[in-house]
Write a protein that binds this ligand. Structure first.
Ligand code: CS2
Ligand code: MG
Length: 405
């Protein structure tokens, strides 16, 4: 690969239905790379971090030196880790791998070990305001060909529940303006969910993989109760059962249940996982490329996880951009301990701005052999959709105590 030099880098912020941040790095060989830098509700913080503290130090470097550049922005920086920092590093890293694969005229997966599989199993979201609507939605997603479906539902007695949007609007938790406040009742939630899965299994049998996202809302003992009560329904995974700042809290769940656990979409480095992996307290790594320091770092995390029989299960909601999704599918195609990829189809508006190289086929994603990540951004189209501040909601218990959203 001919020696190249980074000549320019710029951050493209757009909002085709929701805010996205994309880093574009240019080289003296006319090849450019893209990296997703989207962090829902904190987009401008990442833009500033990239523009003020990263891009000036990137210019002139050889884009092929992914390992050294990653460490320059991680080990070389005094204030380490955190969602903003690791999202910025991820965007740089993704773009550099994109450049390298394009310069070598090969799809990215070839630089990550080649094909371990021809297609990548994905799961989508089914949710309803109440149990019957949820069952109906599961049927619709099954009809669409999904073999793995995440189930969320409105909870009787709770006004607004995570993961359930009104009507047929695409799922988007962030809202314009200051955070909306919702109220939550863990007891009502714990009493309702096992019955929901009993009904879903009754309606669809064992043939589809079912998943559920607790969204960080239980204490370890509450999560242990839920995990135990959900065991008869053979979930593919129970996601974010607890907030997991206290990694050893997962020991209590593990003691009471064999339900597979997926955790970490809000994590941003391997250090969030060390106890969870080495004590085999989890089964799937949720930390995505875009928030976990990019390809260079996730290769190391996935390798460490593989020693402990842990697989990947990357976050892939529509508030992570199609550039991240395309890069994730290359990663998922190549690594041996791939487990499952979250995939929510993007609304048409997003597809007007971002072009990608993957297609959905009967419950799986297939990527083509376009050199690089295989994603692109139409900057003219992006300009039609300017940024508009939005942020994630806030949650309170019914007595007003501030709680996890
Ligand atoms: C969720 C996300 O997809 C998931 O598993 O946890 O939808 C999450 O709520 C959003 O990405 C937050 O921006
Ligand atoms: Mg989640």
């Amino acid at each position: 690969m001919e020696k190249m030099k980074i000549t320019e880098a710029r951050v493209i912020v757009c909002s085709p239905g929701r805010n996205f941040v994309t880093l574009k790095i240019f080289t003296d060989q006319g090849i450019y790379g893209l990296g997703d830098a989207t962090l829902n509700g904190r987009e401008k913080a990442v833009v500033t971090y990239l523009e003020e503290y990263c891009i000036p130090a990137l210019l002139g470097r050889d884009p092929g030196n992914t390992e050294d550049i990653w460490h320059y922005f991680y080990s070389g920086v005094y204030w380490k880790r955190g969602a903003i920092t690791m999202t910025a590093i991820a965007a740089i890293d993704m773009a550099l791998w994109d450049i390298k694969a394009k310069a070598l005229n090969t799809p990215l997966y070839n630089l990550l070990g080649g094909k371990s599989r021809d297609r990548v199993m994905v799961y989508t979201h089914a949710y309803g305001k109440h149990l019957m609507e949820t069952i109906e939605k599961v049927g619709q997603e099954k009809e669409r060909g999904y073999c793995a479906i995440r189930i969320q539902s409105g909870i009787p007695g709770i006004d607004h529940t995570y993961g359930v949007t009104e009507g047929n609007k695409p799922y988007e938790p962030a809202q314009r303006g200051i955070p909306r406040e919702y109220s939550w009742d863990t007891a009502k939630y714990l009493n309702f969910i096992p019955g929901l899965f009993a009904e879903v299994r009754k309606a669809f049998g064992e043939e589809i993989h079912l998943l559920h996202d607790v969204h960080h809302r239980c204490t370890p003992v509450e999560a242990a109760r839920l995990a135990k009560e959900l065991e008869p329904y053979h979930l593919f995974w129970l996601e974010d059962p607890v907030s997991a700042e206290l990694q050893e809290g997962l020991r209590l769940i593990r003691k009471h249940s064999v339900i597979p656990i997926a955790i970490g979409e809000v994590f941003n480095s391997v250090y969030d996982y060390t106890t969870l992996i080495t004590e085999q307290l989890i089964d799937y790594i949720r930390m995505p490329l875009v928030h976990g320091g990019g390809i260079t770092h996730l290769l190391k995390v996935a390798a460490m996880a593989s020693v402990y029989h842990i697989q990947t299960g990357f976050h892939g909601a529509t508030d992570l951009s199609p550039v991240n999704m395309a890069a994730a599918l290359h990663f998922d195609t190549a690594i041996h301990n791939f487990g499952l990829q979250e995939y929510m189809p993007y609304p048409d508006l997003v597809q007007e701005v971002f072009r990608t190289n993957y297609r959905f086929e009967k419950g799986y994603m297939v990527i083509d052999d376009t050199p690089g990540i295989g994603a692109d951004i139409d900057e003219e189209a992006a300009q039609k959709y300017p940024y508009s501040a939005a942020c994630l909601p806030v949650n309170r218990k019914t007595d007003g105590t501030l709680f996890y959203w």
